[in-house]
Write a protein that binds this ligand. Structure first.
Ligand code: SAM
Length: 246
């Protein structure tokens, strides 16, 4: 007899939360590693913040994080519209990495830059694609000999997305020059915008007056698009400190 969904309920408890350079979902690259300058910390929660639980992890360069898409609605449908297909063609949810899926589980491969066990356990991560506050339910070390498959077929997403050109207005460069983290913030902005975070249906738009905003770290990055022939350039116009919530 088939088990009924109700007799097979499993509850998950977060082992910790991510604090990342991404305060909002908008602008986050669609997979990990696309913005290597993105820093994050995974702060483990009691009782999982026992240093014994991460013994040996420092010898691995990359980790798999299993997490909950906590900012996605708790509903799903069998078909989704991947942004890679321009947002107008549909594929099955299980043929996609959509955030709108049963159980809302996400999976990201991230670089491990360090482990701090002074007060509880904090992992320093690079290149993650998670919004700040994301609950993590498991960590596993990445095994390249078993899990790297360079010859694999990747369906409708056969290669990394094409990058677009990003330039900075002098006002934006001045704002960066005044910050201690100016160099890494410059790299983060360039990597994030080169993925073209504008909604798929806006990406062909030639309207250049429209100002978009993407939040990174504590700033609001204002940019607009220039279209020349077939080439798009995103220009960073201003970098404003985002008003604190407190
Ligand atoms: N690598 C993961 C995977 O394949 O399961 C995530 C892929 S998903 C397409 C990446 C997008 O999820 C990001 O661009 C961001 O907008 C969104 N996202 C990140 N953290 C989230 C969260 N906690 N809740 C909902 N959406 C999130």
């Amino acid at each position: 007899m088939e088990p009924s969904p109700d007799s097979e309920r499993f509850s998950l408890t977060p082992i910790g939360h991510v604090i990342s350079d991404y305060p909002d979902k908008f602008g986050i690259p669609r997979q990990p590693g696309l913005a290597p300058a993105a820093n994050a910390r995974l702060v483990l929660t009691k009782p999982y913040n026992d240093p014994l639980a991460v013994r040996g992890l420092e010898a691995f360069s990359h980790l798999w994080l299993t997490f909950i898409f906590h900012q996605s609605p708790d509903r799903w449908s069998p078909l989704v519209r991947p942004p890679r297909l321009g947002g107008n063609r549909k594929v099955g949810v299980f043929a996609s990495r959509s955030t709108h899926r049963p159980n809302r589980l996400g999976l990201s491969l991230v670089s491990l830059a360090g482990i701090d066990t002074q007060h509880g356990v904090t992992l320093q991560l690079q290149g993650c694609d998670l919004v700040s506050g994301t609950p993590v339910v498991d960590i596993k070390p990445y095994l390249p000999w078993a899990e790297s498959r360079p010859d694999a077929q990747a369906g409708f997403a056969p290669q990394a997305p094409a990058l677009i050109n990003v330039i900075f207005h002098p006002t934006a460069l001045d704002a960066l020059a005044k910050r201690d983290d100016g160099a890494t913030l410059y790299a983060l902005i360039e990597q994030v915008l080169s993925q073209d975070p504008r909604p798929a249906y806006k990406q062909k738009e030639t309207e250049t007056d429209r100002l978009y905003g993407v939040r990174l770290r504590d700033v609001d990055v204002k940019f607009h698009a220039h279209q020349k022939d077939e080439a798009t350039t995103l220009e960073v116009m201003a970098i404003d400190i985002y008003p604190s919530q407190h």
